[in-house]
Design a protein around this ligand. Structure first.
Ligand SMILES: CCCCCCCC(=O)SCCNC(=O)CCNC(=O)[C@H](O)C(C)(C)COP(=O)(O)OP(=O)(O)OC[C@H]1O[C@@H](n2cnc3c(N)ncnc32)[C@H](O)[C@@H]1OP(=O)(O)O
Length: 176
């Protein structure tokens, strides 16, 4: 993944085939005006998880720019979406994440956050992703490592109960 700054992605339109279920008690999913992040994760026909997202004023760090911790939350959520595709019956938790901030991300604009198809090694799931600004500049890249929890862990049972909201995706294609 590129570490160069001000690189524009070569983009094309990807077809959206579904949406990852979401939960209102999750900070990443909750779409209230001020409280949560409120991401909705689309799945594409070529195995990506992607979202279009309007960055919120209440998530500022420096004035006018999204806080880095919030950007990390975008990635934790979107990259985690790949684990749902791979292991829908077993929840996965983040054990490591590396974020490379290349360009500051302004509030009040539509960005896209993309998770590439994952690599799986037993319980280990490795996912990489990137964040695009409206002009297709790659502003942030990320790598995350997830572990599927053991069957004996009650998190999965609770999670399947909690994640009831599927709904139709809001758009049929996404460009990245
Ligand atoms: C709608 C919901 C959206 C949610 C998206 C957001 C997801 C998150 O943010 S999750 C919250 C942050 N993450 C956490 O709190 C996880 C903390 N860790 C844990 O609870 C436990 O390590 C857990 C449950 C993942 C695994 O525990 P357990 O089943 O006992 O397995 P354990 O034997 O400790 O480790 C399993 C493997 O993971 C590896 N591992 C564990 N932690 C780490 C780590 N930090 N870094 C690298 N590897 C790790 C171990 O080395 C082991 O590897 P191997 O199988 O090759 O020997």
């Amino acid at each position: 993944m590129s570490a160069e700054r001000n690189v524009k992605a070569e983009t094309k339109e990807h077809t959206v085939t579904g949406q990852i279920p979401w939960s209102e008690t999750c900070f990443g999913c909750n779409g209230g005006p001020n409280e949560g992040v409120g991401l909705r994760l689309a799945v594409t026909d070529d195995g990506y998880v992607a979202c279009r997202y309007f960055t919120k004023e209440c998530h500022q760090g420096f004035p006018g720019f999204v806080h880095g911790g919030i950007i990390a939350s975008y990635f934790d959520e979107v990259l985690w979406g790949q684990t749902v595709i791979l292991a829908p019956e077993a929840s996965a938790m983040t054990v490591e994440m590396n974020i490379r901030y290349l360009s500051a991300v302004k509030t009040g604009q539509e960005i896209r956050v993309i998770a590439k198809p994952a690599k799986v090694e037993g319980r280990h799931i490795y996912v990489e992703g990137f964040l695009l600004l409206p002009d297709d500049t790659v502003a942030v890249t990320a790598k995350a490592h997830y572990i599927t929890v053991k069957k004996s862990n009650t998190l999965t049972e609770h999670e399947n109960e909690r994640m009831k909201h599927g709904e139709e995706p809001a758009y049929r294609t996404i460009r990245f």
